[in-house]
Design a protein around this ligand. Structure first.
Ligand SMILES: [Zn+2]
Length: 348
């Protein structure tokens, strides 16, 4: 019993020293129609951060503001011409399937560059501290070198990997993609990258992914079936020196776009299993998609597992009570920013 408590205390101490969150107010994507079109709540990141701070799973000193990824780093993965095209509302409108008039181009590009910066800076932190980075926006796994995918204009994981490689990191990388959709863009970006293993559990077959250890689960797949498939995937995973985990928020039953059937408890078990396997490995955790009113609870639950290991459920009506009490004041609205993607306006 005493040993158990000591072990728990030690783990908590280690996590406090070696765990950091990346977040910016601009993670609230500036698209008014996101919620109605995709049922993606733009406030997911701030709800999660609010809760984690409120229950003291995370201290303010552990929250970092990312800096925007540079054009130079983006161009390690994406073709310059493609990056230029992202300065146009029409291109972005097709990625988010909204009308061009609904696209605040500069703000939106700014949000994605910040998120991509968060993933890269999280990877550097994880390697330097042998720690865990939790970026509250990222996992844009449908973006390829020269084309976008749904909600994914740029591929933050691929950009982070190529950049840290250039900075000298030579170890084995694993990308555990646990979003409900397959990592078609990440596969395309990294298919020739040495010492990168990509594993995926999803509910959709979007065609062959020859460089990915892919498992397509049955529609509505329950917690137990998912756990069994995840254990098998983790068993096949090589020993990593750095891990990226997309702890997808769209795996819940009744998610608008996911197709899987996990419970909130089942998702927490997913995260705990992966966290245990990766213990001691530098890792970067990302939210991926999430199109269900409880998607913020999935993200928050990931944070709880990574910090305290708590599997306690989030009280029902928590956000409503916070709003009523007028204590939910974490964040200003999305900031304005000048952030065109062009070679002239880049490496700040
Ligand atoms: Zn997804």
């Amino acid at each position: 019993m005493l040993l158990q408590r000591l072990k728990h205390g030690l783990k908590r101490w280690w996590r406090q020293r070696n765990f950091s969150i990346w977040y910016a107010p601009s993670y609230r994507l500036p698209l008014t129609s996101l919620a109605s079109h995709h049922r993606l709540d733009p406030r997911r990141a701030e709800f999660a951060l609010w809760y984690l701070l409120d229950v003291h799973s995370v201290e303010h000193s552990q929250v970092h503001t990312p800096t925007k990824v540079s054009f130079k780093d983006l161009a390690r993965v994406h073709q310059p011409q493609y990056l230029e095209s992202l300065n146009h509302a029409k291109t972005l409108a097709s990625i988010f399937t909204v009308d061009p008039w609904d696209i605040p181009t500069e703000q939106l590009v700014n949000s994605y560059r910040l998120a991509c910066g968060g993933t890269l800076q999280g990877a550097r932190f994880a390697l330097e501290k042998n720690g865990i980075a939790f970026n509250l926006l990222g996992g844009f796994h449908h973006a390829s070198p020269h084309r976008s995918g749904p909600l994914c204009p740029i591929n933050d994981i691929a950009v982070a990997i190529e950049t840290i490689r250039d900075e000298g990191f030579q170890g084995q990388v694993v990308v555990l993609d646990l979003d409900a959709h397959p990592p078609d863009g990440t596969e395309d970006c990294l298919k020739h990258a040495p010492k990168v293993w990509l594993g995926s559990l999803s509910a959709a077959d979007w065609g062959p992914l020859p460089h990915t250890d892919e498992t397509v689960l049955p529609l509505g797949c329950d917690d137990q079936t998912y756990q069994t498939a995840l254990q098998a995937l983790l068993h096949r995973m090589p020993t990593p020196d750095l891990a990226f985990v997309i702890a997808g928020g769209d795996v819940l039953a009744d998610d608008h776009m996911g197709g899987l059937g996990l419970s909130l408890k089942g998702v927490r078990q997913r995260d705990r299993l992966v966290d245990n396997i990766l213990a001691g490995t530098p890792s970067v955790w990302l939210p991926g998609g999430g199109y269900h009113p409880n998607a913020w609870k999935v993200l928050t639950g990931t944070g709880l597992i990574l910090t305290t290991g708590s599997t306690a459920s989030i009280p029902k009506g928590y956000l409503d009570r916070e709003r009523e009490a007028n204590t939910f004041t974490l964040l200003p609205s999305t900031t304005q920013a000048q952030s065109n993607l062009s070679e002239e306006n880049t490496d700040e």
